[in-house]
Design a protein around this ligand. Structure first.
Ligand code: AMP
Ligand code: GLY
Length: 428
């Protein structure tokens, strides 16, 4: 069997690693992959957004299964192209990917489906947006409609901040095309969780729960990032909340997509806000979270290929993934400057020739091999150092022990990944 993983970051490293270890012993390819992914897959020099190039490669190589990591190729229609050529691919088509690519599309769908979400308005005119902001009260949130790499969200404490965000997006072109339309919404307080499910368009199967750490600094301070660490499971998602999310969020979303004639066979990743008042959806993504994927792949005991194929073949009701009962954690190590302008090319100490550490599972988000033995930084997020343990505190201790052995000039990482889970363990 031949499997192609599209992408080249830490999430794709984890997917390729998991697939390479599958009992079916597949031949794994990654496009474009990375020097680190090359340890588990054959990397081909085709960019993740070169849809025609990828489809031609998959046809030529007779790839049996393609799995797409990042959202950009999904939003650009990679699944439509592959399906059109009779190639098997896991992920939503372009229509389905709107769930991530357009916040306005998602908000409308959620409201129609009766899924709980923040009150909102959708605007392309600044004056109307400003009026609505005042009627909503503060704090509130201003969001660019389109894909903005996690940066198109501004939390505004007062009218002056809201006016500035509205103006920057609608008039200043701060997010280009993605910000031509905005969503202004109610601020939700609570604890966030990442809830990923796989759907075949009819059945939805929850994956292990997880929690990301969006802010750059300890204690959830500083600017938002793509994610500075994750762990799984997320104890904030109790059995009761899990049921509520399936019943009130995931299942109605699957039904609403189907009612629109959208053939969604992929990951539904709901970003949730959980508070005593209940669960609300902050956003949807249509692919595995990064770094949540790294944490949950560490816990997935059964075959990932079986799950992906069951979704493609619309028989998800017949499979049941097996999860390790341990807690897993992924600590992201980032380059200096991240999430702003990053410096790249720093020499990384503490990795072996294959980019591994003896103490933990390391997935590479942004590195490059420089010559025979040296690894250097090549992105904002550089490494995801992952470990598991019986309790969150055991997993965290192991991961940070490995982190301590890896370094480069200006490295940044949070020292409090999984603190909420550890806090809950202490209270027990
Ligand atoms: P999004 O890209 O929509 O996930 O937003 C990025 C981050 O902004 C989320 O993970 C939250 O931390 C925060 N955020 C987004 N929407 C809201 C909201 N309505 N209330 C509070 N925080 C929010
Ligand atoms: N970790 C957040 C995301 O993948 O969007």
């Amino acid at each position: 069997m031949k499997v192609l993983v599209v992408g080249g970051g830490g999430r794709e490293h984890a997917l390729a690693w998991k697939i390479a270890g599958d009992p079916r012993a597949p031949e794994v390819f990654a496009a474009p992959g990375s020097d680190a992914i090359a340890a588990v897959a054959e990397c081909v020099a085709i960019q993740a957004t070169d849809i025609a190039g990828l489809a031609a490669f998959a046809e030529r190589e007779r790839i049996d299964l393609t799995v797409v990591g990042p959202e950009a190729p999904l939003a650009a229609g990679i699944v439509d192209e592959f399906r059109g050529r009779g190639l098997r691919i896991f992920g939503p088509d372009r229509a389905g990917a709107q769930l991530e690519a357009s916040k306005a599309f998602t908000k409308r769908l959620l409201v129609e489906a009766g899924v709980p979400t923040a009150a909102y308005g959708e605007f392309s005119e600044p004056a109307a947006a400003r009026d609505f902001a005042r009627s909503l009260g503060f704090p509130l949130v201003v969001k660019a409609d389109g894909l903005a790499a996690g940066k198109g969200v501004v939390i505004c404490a007062d009218a002056a901040e809201a006016d500035r965000a509205i103006e920057e997006m609608l008039e200043g072109g701060a997010f280009g095309e993605a910000g031509r339309r905005i969503v202004v919404e109610e601020f939700l307080a609570g604890e966030e969780a990442s809830f990923m499910a796989i759907t075949d368009g009819r059945t939805a199967l929850a994956l292990a729960t997880s929690q990301d750490h969006k802010r750059i600094f300890d204690g959830d301070r500083g600017p938002n990032t793509g994610g500075m660490g994750a762990y799984s499971p997320a104890p904030v998602v109790t059995a009761q909340i899990h049921d509520e999310v399936m019943r009130r969020v995931i299942e109605p979303t699957v039904a609403a997509l189907a009612a629109r004639g959208i053939d969604f066979r992929g990951v539904l990743y709901a970003g949730l806000m959980i508070s005593p008042a209940g669960v609300k959806v902050l956003e949807y993504n249509v692919r595995f979270g990064d770094p949540e994927c790294q944490a949950i792949m560490l816990r997935l005991r059964s075959s990932l290929i079986d799950l992906l194929e069951a979704a493609i073949d619309r028989r998800l009701d017949q499979v049941r993934p097996q999860w390790d009962s341990a807690t897993s954690v992924c600590v992201v190590m980032a380059a200096p400057g991240y999430p702003g302008e990053v410096r790249k090319g720093d020499v990384i100490d503490g990795l072996d020739l294959r980019g591994a550490s003896a103490k933990a599972q390391v997935f590479h988000s942004g590195t490059r091999r420089d010559g025979e033995r040296r690894w250097v930084t090549a992105g904002g997020r550089v490494l995801g150092v992952c470990a598991s343990g019986a309790r969150a505190q055991d997993a965290v201790a192991k991961a940070y022990d490995a982190v301590a052995g890896i370094s480069w000039d200006g490295v940044q990482f949070r020292r409090d990944i999984a603190w909420r889970a550890i806090e809950r363990e202490r209270q027990r």
